[in-house]
Design a protein around this ligand. Structure first.
Ligand code: CMP
Length: 137
């Protein structure tokens, strides 16, 4: 999911381009401002962290772009492309390494396991919103 800072800074096209160029398949995508309850659920694992309030207020502050990405090792490949959570630690060539400087405003979120992907996808998309098509590489 491209976060509000990524949308506001006009990075959506460049991020989507990287995902497609890698050979991964975007099967769902939308722009939405997350409601508070969805944001809290999305980040439920961080609910006891001191930064939780700031995280929820930032992620609901403007539109985000959730996506469903499929392909070989999609979760780990996306996490590699995203780079380290802290953009100042992320390698150049990664999305956070190239586009971010701030831990809170780190441009993109990626699911960290099949279980969290399933849970997060259900927060943003209905079954009928997932497309099926063949990628030609
Ligand atoms: P994300 O991958 O979306 O998952 C949780 C987010 O919490 C993380 O990216 C960061 O943007 C944010 N985060 C993690 N640690 C901190 C922190 N110490 N201070 C502020 N935000 C944080």
């Amino acid at each position: 999911m491209i976060k509000p800072d990524g949308v506001q800074r006009g990075l959506v096209g460049r991020i989507v381009q990287r995902i497609e160029a890698k050979g991964l398949k975007i099967v769902a995508m939308k722009m939405r401002t997350l409601p508070q309850d969805v944001a809290r659920e999305h980040y439920a694992e961080h609910s006891q962290k001191p930064f939780f309030g700031d995280l929820v207020s930032f992620i609901t502050s403007g539109p985000s772009v959730p996506m469903v990405v499929e392909g070989k090792d999609a979760i780990s490949e996306m996490r590699k492309m995203n780079g380290a959570t802290n953009p100042t630690k992320a390698q150049p060539g990664t999305i956070r390494g190239d586009f971010g400087l701030d831990m809170g405003r780190n441009v993109i979120h990626g699911s960290d396991s099949p279980e969290s992907a399933k849970r997060e996808i259900a927060l943003h998309f209905g079954e009928a919103e997932l497309s099926s098509y063949t990628r030609i590489d």
